[in-house]
Design a protein around this ligand. Sequence first.
Ligand SMILES: CC(C)(COP(=O)(O)OP(=O)(O)OC[C@H]1O[C@@H](n2cnc3c(N)ncnc32)[C@H](O)[C@@H]1OP(=O)(O)O)[C@@H](O)C(=O)NCCC(=O)NCCS
Length: 181
Amino acid sequence: MTPIVTRRLTLRPMSTADAGFMLTLLNEPSFVRNIGDRGVRTIADAESYITVGPMASYGRFGFGLYLVELTQSGASIGICGLVKRETLADVDLGFAFLPRFWSQGYALESASAVRDHARDAVGLRRLVAITDPDNTGSIRLLAKLGFGFERMVRLGDEHKELKLFGCDLSEPRAIDTREDK
Ligand SMILES: CC(C)(COP(=O)(O)OP(=O)(O)OC[C@H]1O[C@@H](n2cnc3c(N)ncnc32)[C@H](O)[C@@H]1OP(=O)(O)O)[C@@H](O)C(=O)NCCC(=O)NCCS
């Protein structure tokens, strides 16, 4: 997969060299609270998470979660991309950023690029997203991207109920989020 480049960001495939960054991100209180505890505690755990998760997904589906970098400085700021879970029929959009990079429009800029990539490069006609019902920041972002609430879902017996949102990619964009429009 070639990187996705937006006005300020570069979204590129992850490699095990990103283990240090992923160790930090996966243990951010906001990540653990809103997404879950992945049990990644060491660099070796993070390398294995990257290999078994995103890298395996690139090989199997041709897409996955990408590392988001500030193009100008090369700083890693978060992850954003596409996930195909056993438990959901549709591909879902995922994103998480380090708190110091929130509230600057980086999540919207990356997620809208991934949504367009899902439609134009992957050829998906529908995308979903799942969030904790209390995750208002994520729900606000999904509304800006044109996702609508559909129903409550549970991904497994031991999981709590999550909100499932859907976005029809075959329709023209509900909201044009490009910054150069
Ligand atoms: C969910 C999450 C990605 C949202 O991040 P965010 O910072 O709110 O989203 P953005 O980066 O798009 O920033 C949007 C805010 O920046 C403001 N902003 C500033 N400059 C901007 C710009 N150039 N362009 C667009 N918005 C800009 C917007 O007005 C908006 O403010 P608001 O929140 O008051 O409406 C973030 O909270 C996160 O990583 N959480 C932890 C992981 C998580 O919950 N992931 C989702 C699981 S479903």
